[in-house]
Design a protein around this ligand. Sequence first.
Ligand code: GLN
Length: 533
Amino acid sequence: MATTKYIFVTGGVTSSLGKGIISASLGKLLQARGFKVTIQKLDPYINVDPGTLNPYEHGECYVTLDGAETDLDLGHYERFLGIPTSQANNVTTGGIYQTVINKERKGDYLGKTVQVIPHITDEIKRRIKLLGTRYKFDVVITEIGGTVGDIESLPFIESVRQLIWEMGESNSLVIHLTLVPFLSATGELKTKPTQHSVKVLLENGIQPNILILRTVKDLTLEIRKKVALFCNVNLESVIQSIDVSTIYEVPILMQKEKLDTAVIKKLKLPDSGPPELAPWKQFLRKLKNPRHTVKVGLIGKYVELQDSYKSIHESLIHAGAANDCKVEVRFIHSEDIGENNFTELLNGLKGIVVAPGFGDRGIDGKILAVKYARENNIPFFGICLGLQCAIVEFARNVIGLEKAHSTEMVTKTPDPVIDLMEDQKGITEKGGTMRLGGYPCVLKKGTLAHKAYSLNKVMERHRHRYEFNNAYLDVFEKAGMIASGINPDTGLVEIMEIPAKKWFLGVQFHPEYNSTVLKPHPLFVSFVKSSVS
Ligand code: GLN
C-alpha cells in the first residue's frame, strides 16, 4: 500500500481498561484481513525504558529480539500478531527527552529555545512515523499509555492532534477506550464518565472517531445512541467491549461488534472480505474445552502482582491449549518457602517453574523448590535465575559443594558456579547494560531440549548479567547435569538438563518472550505435556 495509515488508541475514565488488548485485537483483525500491521506503545514516564523499574511498579519488563527492554504490552502485541516488535515499538517520555537534550548539547538547535512544542512533539511525531516509513507497514496502531487528562501524557496527545491534521482525512483515526460503570444500587449503566472523558479529548483538539466502551453488562441501543449523540460519533462507531473470561476472545468480540469494518471504512482501506480467523478460533476452541487440568507452581518473589510474570503465565496457557489441557497456575511466593514447610506448600504440583529475578530476596525458597522438584521427579522448568538456582542446588546437594552459590548473591563464595559474565565486569551503569536480546544457541542432539525444539539451532532472548561458570562443566556433566544448549560464538551455557529425570531443564534465556497464540513455545509445550502425563 502506498501510504501508511495510523490508528491512535487513547484511554479515558480509568487506567487498566485494556488498551493493550484492544490494540492487539484490532491489529489481529486487520492482519487477518491481509494488512501488514504493527503496534507501538507510547509511555508517559520519565524512565528511558522500563528496564530499571521494579516489576511491582509496572509489571514484567518485556525484551524484544533487538534487545530493547520494553513495556509488557509489547508482549501482547507479539502474542497476538506473531511478529517481532523492536526498540521502535516502545517510546517513553524519558527516551524522547534524552534524544532532544542530546541534540541540544550537540548544538543542533543552536540559537533556539528548546520547547515542548515544537521540539518534544516533533520528536514524538518522528518516532510514530518512523515505524510506518522505515518498515513499510500498511497500518501502525499507536497506543498512548495513561489516561486522557493526565499531565504527563499531554505532549503525546498534542502530537496526535498535530499528526491528524498533517496526515489528512482517511489516513488516521482515533479510538477512545472508556468505561461504562454499572451501578448496582440502581441497576443502571452510566455514560457520563465517557461523555466527560471525550470532552477532555475535545479540549485537547481531538475528536475520537470510534469509542470502545468497557462494560460488565450488554449496552442497550438507547445507551449506544446516547453516547453517539453526546460524543459526536456514528452509532456504528460505538463499540461495546464486555468482560470475557480470556483475553484471546477479544478479537472475536471486536469482530462481532464490527470494529474492523468501522476502521476500514474510515481509513478507506480496501475491503477484501472478512478476516481469516480459523487458526485463532481453533486455538480458542482448545483453550475453552480442555480435556485435562494440571496444577503448575510458579515460584517467584513478585507474585503479589501477577503482571510481573505475564509472559510466563501466557506461555503456559498457550502450551496448555496445545496439549488440550488447562494449566492452573499457582503463584507461590519464594519467601514463603522454608525448610519446615516446603513439602506441604509444594505438595500436589504436577510441574514447577522457577521464575527469573534479581538479587537474593527469596533465593533460598527458590533453591528449595528446585530440590523438591528434583528429588520427587516433578517436571521442573527453570528460567534465567530459575536455571541458576537449579545449578546452585545441584552443586550443593548432588556434587557436594555445600557453599556453592552465584556471585550475585555471595560475592566471595568458595564455589562460584554462577559468575558475572566477562563482558559485564566493570559495568556500573544499570540502564540497558545487561546481556539483552536475541543470541543463538546450538542444541546437543539426543537431549530433551533438542527433542522439544526439533531443531539444531535456535535464537532466544536474554536479560541477565550472570552465567554458568564453565570451569565446573565437567564436574556437573559427570554428576548427571548436562549442558544441552551452548552459544556457538561464546561457549556460554544456555540450557542445562538432568537426563535421568522425567523433565528437568533450565534455560539462561527467556523462552516466554517467544511464545505466541499460534506458535506456542516448544519448551513450554514439552514441559506441560510431561506435567500432564
Ligand atoms: N539475576 C540473574 C542475572 O542477572 C538472572 C536474571 C534473570 O532472571 N533475568 O544473571
